[in-house]
Write a protein that binds this ligand. Structure first.
Ligand code: 9GP
Length: 835
């Protein structure tokens, strides 16, 4: 790190203190800051200030405020010298920052007035911001919720990630197909601070030489190869209703100064002189767009090492300033591995301690394992990371040696505990003896951490009884735990649904519930208050009207806001079963078509809303998108159907769109095959916004049911304990598909929704190829449950009561509760109370 650390001598500090920047606190001060930024930072004036410039200046005014508190928070944490948490995540799906900053520092009303005085509307200004979309889905959004909670609860914590130049691609739907467009989001980003003085040189490739030191100890030297420089970019993370402002540090790659070939440049060979530079910059250029899928690309491994090496260098440097003994490292530092992506950090810390700091292996290993915790987010085999040994050897030769040593010592302890059990050794070895040999990253993460957690009760049970069961035998059950996911009520209620947040505040005695979500339970006391329920329903209706307008504007489809809005927005994946949903929609369409006009008049109008991105290489997921759009194209224009059914595909689903869609939902679909969705977090967002769920007994649906009561959720489908038997029966027994689903398939194959062959593979996956996701098993109960939904929705008063009761019982699902559980059970850190 080439950071300059100079300190102003005591006598001169008075001048600094006198001029300390405080930031605005009222409307006048805010306006002054905005005008100053428009005129000086942006070099514009009142004659050419458009909404974009007004957004920039507003953001800069808030950023200045945040940075003052950010500086103080860092100062406070350094002085207190307490333990810090470092959250390592390859994804932070932050969404927009301005609205969040205004609400968290409690100055949105001040800004609203000021923006109004200056001739703009705050809603239009907020809309100008580009989402920070540095993530794929639930995993990245969870990390963003955690940052909000860590700051709001005053925990000394930093996030570490990569500063991708391109976040998740922008999705366009053209002729019903997904088309990917690059998301270049960094044109103007007022929320980041480049720290050109905080850089770390990261080594790749090369080879390892061993020598003996004066005591005869073998020392490894990693030499040669290539160097890429990591540059830090910091984003302030403001807590809600507290001055605590934490840091998210994102690393960007650039060529190290030694890599630029001046010789070639001077000889006029400009192109190849910059080639190395471009190669270095490629490391942090793009986010891999796969959700729950591991593709094993070399650049991805490079990203992982680049990011963990830079982050650990930073963490170790900060620790070394305290001049403590190494054994105190775990008392000062807790590092959480968000999934297996940062697992190389385990190896890197061991390398730093042994090769660079000269500690003995065992002492170093004790420090390492006491420092790390690992969160598993999936049991899907295709998502569990493995790297070919050959690639690891080539890219990180010293790390591979260390991995082999870690494995050797680990297997020796296993051998002691389970003598002569070769099967056990093969099953838990970090190196998979396959062709080619692979490094199993999840196993490395387990062996290198003191705690391993799943993200919902069912998921945590499943990892302990299936994929990691042998590790439970080896390490004991205490090493494994559960922390059920949560969401931040600040963004997912207060920001996304301001009217509902105000109504709740009026019934629960203020905004305390945003700090302690269990306070929502007071809502049940008002459930018989007619005016309250009326206002509740009005707010939902207004949110639906807003979405209706958006649908009209973007898709030119008119939908009836009084219809039941049935929403499934999330990544497109066979295990999440959007195909089951669209088959159900086709079934509904066929049923409506078969009815007499009189009968039709008695039916409940419904809008089926879909949204979500498919990984660009995931062909079947793209087929599902295509089918949904084709069904919409037919149904939405069918004069027999009219308002009774509309099928909508919302393009480019992202965090800011979720903030509009979630509050407008009556019913949301969380219908994964049991045992496949680790938790899900959008299920929590939908319920918190007064919508009900149709769902399977999977992930956090189970705990949501327990909290809100099974009378308030529409559950259906196979239980996870029966999944394996059914799969087996599909393959080895006779597998039949019931007549309703067959009718759906026949309609698809008759060409009603496009070319008959277009969706052949999707139909065949269910009918002929073993139906791995159990669509045929769950179809009938899904349809029956949807009928129940129709019936219950007709009784609006009871429906609203169900929604209120559900919201009242959602206190458990705050990410604040999660973070407190991690802090107590895994990190052993305390909040730093601000006076
Ligand atoms: O698929 C899970 C999702 O169920 C969970 O809510 C989220 C956060 O824990 O993580 C997802 N997992 C991944 O994206 C890949 O492991």
């Amino acid at each position: 790190v080439k950071s300059v650390e100079a300190s102003i001598p005591e006598p001169q500090r008075e001048a600094w203190k006198k001029h300390q920047v405080e930031g605005f606190t009222d409307k006048d001060g805010f306006e002054k800051e905005v005008v100053r930024h428009v005129e000086t930072t942006l070099a514009r004036s009142l004659f050419n200030c458009d909404e974009g410039a007004a957004y920039s200046a507003t953001s800069l005014a808030f950023r200045d405020r945040l940075i003052t508190e950010w500086n103080r928070t860092q100062q406070r944490q350094t002085t207190a010298d307490t333990k810090r948490v470092y959250y390592l995540s390859l994804e932070f799906l932050m969404g927009r920052a301005l609205d969040n900053a205004m609400l968290n520092v409690g100055l949105k009303d001040v800004a609203r007035g000021g923006i109004d005085d200056l001739g703009f509307r705050i809603e239009d200004i907020i809309e100008q911001e580009h989402d920070a979309a540095l993530g794929n889905g639930g995993l990245g959004r969870l990390a963003a919720c955690f940052l909000d909670s860590l700051a709001s609860l005053n925990y000394p914590a930093w996030g570490y990630g990569l500063r991708y130049r391109y976040g998740i691609f922008k999705q366009e739907i053209i002729n019903g197909y997904q088309v990917e467009v690059p998301d270049y989001w960094l044109d103007f980003n007022p929320w980041e601070f480049p720290r050109h003085d905080v850089t770390v040189d990261i080594q790749f490739y090369g080879n390892v030489r061993k020598s003996q030191d004066e005591n005869g100890k073998t020392v490894a030297h990693w030499e040669g190869g290539e160097i890429v420089t990591a540059v830090a970019y910091d984003m302030p993370i403001p807590g809600y209703a507290t001055p605590s402002t934490n840091n998210l540090r994102l690393w960007s790659s650039k060529a190290s100064s030694g890599e630029f070939d001046f010789q070639k440049f001077n000889n006029g060979d400009y192109e190849s002189s910059v080639a190395d530079q471009q190669r270095a910059e490629t490391i942090s250029a793009v986010l891999y767009p796969n959700d729950n899928l591991d593709r094993g690309k070399e650049l991805r491994l490079k990203q992982q090492y680049f990011w963990v090496a830079a982050s650990l260098y930073d963490i170790v440097r900060r620790f070394k300033k305290s001049k403590r003994a190494w054994r105190e490292f775990p008392d000062q530092v807790a590092i959480q591995l968000n999934d297996t992506h940062p697992t190389l950090a385990v190896v890197e810390l061991q390398r730093i301690l042994v090769d660079i700091e000269g500690l003995e292996w065992d002492e170093a290993w004790n420090i390492v394992t006491s420092t790390f915790g690992y969160t598993n987010h999936t049991v899907l085999p295709e998502a569990l990371e493995k790297w070919p040994v050959g690639l690891m050897q080539h890219l990180l030769p010293r790390h591979l040696q260390i991995i082999y040593d870690i494995n050797l010592f680990f297997l020796q302890t296993v051998e002691k505990k389970f003598p002569n059990d070769r099967e056990m050794l093969t099953s838990v070895s970090i190196i998979e003896e396959s062709q080619p040999k692979m490094v199993r990253m999840a196993y490395l993460a387990i062996v290198g951490s003191h705690k391993v957690n799943g993200v919902a009760e069912l998921h945590s049970d499943l990892i302990q009884t299936t994929i990691f069961k042998d590790f439970v035998k080896i390490f004991g059950a205490d090493k494994f735990t559960n922390v059920t996911n949560g969401i931040t009520p600040r963004r997912w209620l207060h920001q996304a649904n301001p009217r509902l947040s105000e109504l709740i505040a009026s019934k629960t005695g203020g905004h305390e519930f945003l700090k302690d979500l269990t306070q929502l339970n007071k809502l049940e006391l008002s459930i018989d208050d007619d005016a309250f329920r009326k206002e509740w329903a009005e707010i939902k209706y207004a949110n639906k009207v807003r979405l209706t307008k958006y649908i009209k504007k973007t898709l030119d489809v008119t939908v009836n806001p009084a219809a039941l809005f049935d929403v499934q927005v999330k990544r497109i994946h066979e295990y999440k079963r959007q195909q089951l949903n669209i088959f159900g929609v086709i079934h509904r369409y066929l049923a409506l078509k078969a009815m007499s006009p009189e009968e039709r008049k008695k039916q409940l109008p419904r809008v089926s809303i879909f949204g979500g991105k498919a990984a660009p290489g995931y062909w079947m997921a793209k087929q599902i998108i295509h089918l949904i759009n084709n069904v919409g194209a037919v149904v939405n224009k069918d004069p027999d159907i009219g308002d009774l059914l509309k099928v909508i595909y919302l393009e480019d689903y992202n965090v800011s769109k979720a903030e509009m869609i979630v509050p407008a939902s009556d019913l949301s679909e969380h219908i994964s095959t049991a045992g496949t969705e680790a938790s899900g977090t959008s299920n929590m967002k939908f319920v918190l916004n007064g919508g009900l769920i149709i769902g399977t007994c999977d992930g956090a649906n189970i705990e949501i049911t327990r909290e809100i009561g099974q009378e308030n959720i529409f559950l259906f489908g196979t239980l996870s304990e029966d999944v394996e038997d059914l799969r087996h029966a599909h393959t080895y027994g006779s597998h039949t598909v019931d007549s309703d689903l067959n009718k759906v398939f026949d309609t698809i194959q008759s060409g009603t929704f496009g070319e008959p062959n277009d969706f052949g593979a999707m139909v065949a996956a269910v009918r002929d190829h073993g139906d791995f996701y159990l669509v045929s098993d769950d179809f009938q109960s899904y349809i029956d449950t949807q009928k129940m939904v129709d019936t219950e929705y007709r009784n609006q008063d009871e429906w609203v009561r169900k929604c209120i009761r559900s919201v009242a019982r959602m206190g458990f699902f705050s990410s604040d509760r999660c973070i407190n559980e991690y802090a107590e059970g895994i990190w052993n850190v305390e909040p730093l109370v601000v006076k």
